[in-house]
Design a protein around this ligand. Sequence first.
Ligand code: HEM
Length: 371
Amino acid sequence: MASTSRVFTRALRTAAPSVRNAAPRTARFAAPQVFQQARRGYSTGGEEYKEKYPGNPKGMIYGAGALVATAAVYGVYLLNPELFGQQAKPKGPFVPKFEDYQKVYDAVAKRLADEDDYDDGSYGPVLVRLAWHASGTYDALTGTGGSNGATMRFAPEGDHGANAGLKAARDFLEPVKEQFPWITYSDLWILSGVCAIQEMQGPKIPYRPGRTDRDVSFCTPDGRLPDASKDRSHIRAIFGRMGFDDREMVALSGAHALGRCHTDRSGYDGPWTFSPTTLTNDYFKLLLEEKWQWKKWNGPKQYEDVKTKSLMMLPTDMEIIKDKTFRKHAERYAKDNEVFFREFSDAVAKLFELGVPFQTEEKWTFKSSFD
Ligand code: HEM
């Protein structure tokens, strides 16, 4: 369409003066004139007509030519009113489609690949933690919290101890938000969590948009996210409040195959696995196969592996193999990565949708860099 307009504008510039003169006027005014002329010509009596056009058809030919040219101008006006100084008809609100969200996914994936000078070489783990902490505030009883709202942007929630360090993830996404201003922060954070999991070779996580950003009054109270120093009853209380069962709690904790603890954030230190930027079932394998001991240090109580002393487990991680029911699932996942991926994907998709009043049932699967 743009090139058609360009061709037409150029033709107009080189056209006969009579046509050119008609152009600056908007066709809205030009068109009735044509009709008026035509009507006048038609209603003129036979004698008058002969007087005006004494046997010379030239006038008729010019008239018809002008009519065709004006109709052409009018046609172009209808298609491109902005060429005539008129405002284009509003096209209606922009409704992003799957392809648009895939573009956002691709932009996040590209930034993940480009910005490899962070932590263990990827912002992936901290993006997953951002999406999880945005969602994990959900309270099924009151319907408050959850991934709708992106209220961690505001000081009370952003400053909660559990959210320490997540500014790095939010800042990382800012250029993407600028590039795609139509996406809400809450949809962007969750989409980025999905992207990070897939780009770190994890399973596909179904996604649907529909989250809205809310104001500061929707910030959740402190204490809704888990405390790593606690035991199984705390884990069950926190995840039970969100609506998860034991199996799902264990599947979700497999995310600790990714990333690490930071002394300047949680106070804990070190990674859980030897490959913290690739999602595998290694977290369960290591939990079950390695020997673990309390780390001797001045920091909060945490475990280290006896063999290398380079890996860590939180007290809540260790509950996963101490509790009989939790352990049963940890063993299933350690044995079979596919089973872990399937159940992890289901549980994460559920987590990421907590508290969102979706308008659509349709879920999308984004293409990753590995497809
Ligand atoms: C009992 C439940 C949980 C506890 C107590 C817990 C606790 C923690 C702590 C203390 C850290 C270290 C933060 C830091 O110092 O940077 C951490 C990191 C992380 N957590 Fe959890 N977490 C839990 C569940 C989950 C779940 C359900 C997910 C995702 C589904 C998750 C994903 C992560 C990731 C990816 C990191 C690494 C972040 C990074 O490398 O910057 N966690 N978690």
